[in-house]
Ligand binder design. Sequence first.
Ligand code: NAD
Length: 356
Amino acid sequence: MRVIVTGGAGFIGSALTRKLVGEGLAEVTVVDALTYAGSLETLAPIADRAGYRFVHADIRDRAAMTRVVEETRPDALIHLAAESHVDRSIDGPGDFVETNVLGTFVLLECARAYWSALDTPARAAFRFHHVSTDEVFGSLGPSGAFSETTPYAPNSPYAASKAGSDHLVRAWGETYGLPVVTTNCTNNYGPFQFPEKLIPLMILNALEGKALPVYGQGENVRDWLHVEDHVDALWTVCRRGRPGAVYAIGGEAERRNIDVVRTLCAILDDRRPEGAPHDRLITFVTDRPGHDARYAMDISLIRRELGWAPSRGFEQGLAETVDWYLQNSAFWQAIRAGRYGGQRLGLDPAARAVSR
Ligand code: NAD
């Protein structure tokens, strides 16, 4: 099977590519613009393997995307390239609209042109798999969960741009018959995550003896999914998901942010006792504007229809993730010294003035 993975040098796309190439499941062409969030180090473990190819290109570049699709002649295109950080979308929403909405449009059009010219069996087998987020559904109260039928209510510019891309994908399926499938999943964690996101940011700040900035009172709840469980789900859906279907994916591991940070501190107290107690570094800071209170996913459909369920306990996965960051300092030290040092992002100007 030949697959194009967009955003394959990022956190989730690289985990998917390492799995597909590393386990010999598919030939993979990665398409990635290598923005601040992408890096070839994430693909180093499989860089010399047969069946892997990297194309440095921007998904908004129609000529380049047409070329990649025609050269690769894929059986599936798994689309993960995106601007992905909510805080950055508050500071600069333009890139999010351009990459997440317009970039998805370009890919849909290139895929449609290629797919239309295939023979009937190949047309039926082809998949355009769009990888999206639970954030398109907005915010939950203390109970209940999102599912495939929850109405869209995005609150951040990031969520709105992903919602826009989901709608385009659906429309290309309904209008042109392109065999699309969309997955909406909860917060991922695990190896190679860019250290602007909560879990790696807290691990690295704690290791460096820096403040652990918890937004608001840390009461916001997220459902955590290990990235390797997520890529198992993606590959399951890509091969066996129904064309036109949407699948909700989650880790069934709801935790308050403050509890995640306290658990990380306890793991680090064990691994690095010289810095203990790490929870003395916890600092409550001005909340993110429009911060969603709670996310949770009802994953009954994917469990029932495709037999997928998360396999890792959250505390076990978190401890493994801490150990990975301890053992792979070359990955994050270069980032911390250059592209992103850990500074606060995503405060609107009024809130920034107050917090000074
Ligand atoms: P990431 O930021 O780690 O990686 C994104 C990748 O896309 C990077 O390698 C970047 O270079 C590339 N990219 C960005 N703009 C591009 C462009 N214009 N052209 C080509 N490449 C471009 O993101 P991630 O956490 O791996 O997320 C992957 C996908 O999964 C995204 O679509 C995101 O919305 C979705 N998602 C992520 C999570 C999560 O918790 N991380 C949860 C749900 C859904």
